[in-house]
Ligand binder design. Structure first.
Ligand SMILES: [Cu+2]
Length: 244
């Protein structure tokens, strides 16, 4: 009971989210647990109850009453799964729509994934380039930083320069594949409540030997300071090799 309580307080292992888009994803995550736990309890409980109540006893050869065509029971175990699957379907539909919806963006950032690193390009031409040469281990502090404003619509145009990669930011509960020749676009409306914080992002598609080093930071800024920040950044900023 206590561990169940702790799990629910810890959001069943999920991050709390930080964008408008992830609200429904978070709800879907929670509702899945609210359905799965009672369902699992009933099913596993019935299995144990049957095994205990009807197991063969020494000297007692008789077979328990065999029930067939019990209409109320059959209606029950047809309707209950139907209702549960419908609820999950509606929540999934809402979550997918909120993640895929594109609005008029205040900022468009281009993100290129490559073997093995990330390349961020802003509308004014400012670029951040990270590469595995500069991040010789997974704990590297010199990861490329994707700086984004909070409180307005940011559109990310995601590309791959070579093999398939995947853009994943656990805090945003969001992952999208980066596929060569395909422009995958998505919106992020980051909550102002997390402005000033930074979160880890990573590639989640096994893309070659240095795949685990393909990490980056997402730095969130209040919209106003972001404008000033971007205006004062130009050209190409490549992450420095460690120790230099
Ligand atoms: Cu990758």
């Amino acid at each position: 009971m206590r561990s169940l309580l702790v799990a629910s307080v810890n959001h069943w292992g999920s991050p709390i989210g930080g964008t408008t888009q992830d609200n429904w994803v978070y709800r879907l995550w929670n509702i899945t647990y609210y359905i799965a736990i009672p369902l699992g309890a009933v099913v596993i409980g019935l299995i144990f109850w049957c095994a205990f109540r009807y197991h063969e006893r020494r000297g007692d050869e008789h077979i328990p009453r065999q029930v067939q065509y019990h209409v109320p029971l059959e209606v029950f175990y047809t309707l209950v799964p139907l209702v549960l699957v419908t609820v999950l379907f509606v929540y999934t539909y809402k979550a997918e729509n909120s993640v895929d919806a594109l609005n008029k963006p205040a900022l468009v950032v281009r993100v290129d994934a490559f073997q093995w690193g990330w390349h961020f390009t802003y509308p004014n031409g400012y670029q951040v380039l990270g590469s595995v040469a500069a991040e010789p281990n997974i704990q590297s502090k010199d990861l490329p930083v994707l700086t984004l404003p909070a409180g307005e619509t940011v559109q990310v145009n995601l590309f791959s320069e070579d093999v398939n990669h995947s853009f994943y930011v656990p805090k945003f509960m969001f992952k999208r594949d980066a596929i060569q020749g395909i422009n995958n676009s998505f919106d992020l409306n980051i909550s102002p409540s997390i402005a000033g914080e930074r979160f880890i992002g990573e590639c989640t598609q096994f893309c070659g030997v240095y795949h685990p080093y393909m990490r980056f930071w997402v730095q969130i800024m209040p919209a106003a300071s972001f404008k000033t920040w971007l205006a004062s950044h130009h050209g190409l900023s490549a992450t420095q090799a460690e120790g230099s």
